[in-house]
Design a protein around this ligand. Structure first.
Ligand SMILES: Cc1cc2nc3c(=O)[nH]c(=O)nc-3n(C[C@H](O)[C@H](O)[C@H](O)COP(=O)(O)O)c2cc1C
Length: 140
């Protein structure tokens, strides 16, 4: 059974390109080997990630990510079973949430991403993908 989840977390420390590269390196091996597709949005002090795949694989990966010390306050925003993947072309697409560029700066309700609903967040992620905001990523 396929599922998609979306979670939100707060970065511990600065979100450097070194950190992003290390995350993508893990994803490159594990996600491809385990049929995971998705999108990682990072910036503005937060991570937002959509993960799709077999329920057992997504659950296993989420537990590992949840325990990762590079972020905290990990909250599940959305979880659904799916028949078709939304991010099928990406083992992990990377989108930068800019503090300055209005095109990629997400204005959260009352400026708090933790108050946004999962559906709103998924819509914003899709907007970012549709407007070509993927800065790099791993094709599936
Ligand atoms: C925001 C964030 C997103 C991550 N996304 C993935 C991912 O998609 N795939 C993956 O294998 N690891 C991902 N990781 C890394 C895992 O948390 C973990 O460090 C990695 O899988 C290695 O786990 P291990 O040290 O237990 O072997 C992510 C980490 C963070 C902080």
């Amino acid at each position: 059974m396929l599922i998609r989840i979306i979670y939100l977390s707060t970065a511990v420390g600065p979100q450097t390109t070194t950190m992003t590269s290390a995350i993508l390196k893990s994803a490159q091996t594990w996600n491809r080997a385990n049929g995971i597709t998705g999108v990682l949005c990072q910036g503005q002090g937060v991570f937002l990630q959509a993960l799709e795949g077999e329920r057992s694989a997504v659950t296993q990966l989420y537990s590992r990510i949840y325990a990762d010390q590079r972020h905290t306050n990990v909250e599940m925003l959305h979880c659904e079973s799916i028949v078709k993947r939304r991010y099928e072309n990406w083992s992990m697409a990377l989108v930068s949430l800019s503090d300055v560029d209005p095109a990629t700066k997400i204005e959260w309700p009352e400026f708090d991403p933790y108050s946004a609903t999962g559906m709103l967040v998924m819509a914003r992620i899709d907007d970012l993908l549709a407007t070509g905001s993927v800065i790099e990523g791993l094709s599936s």
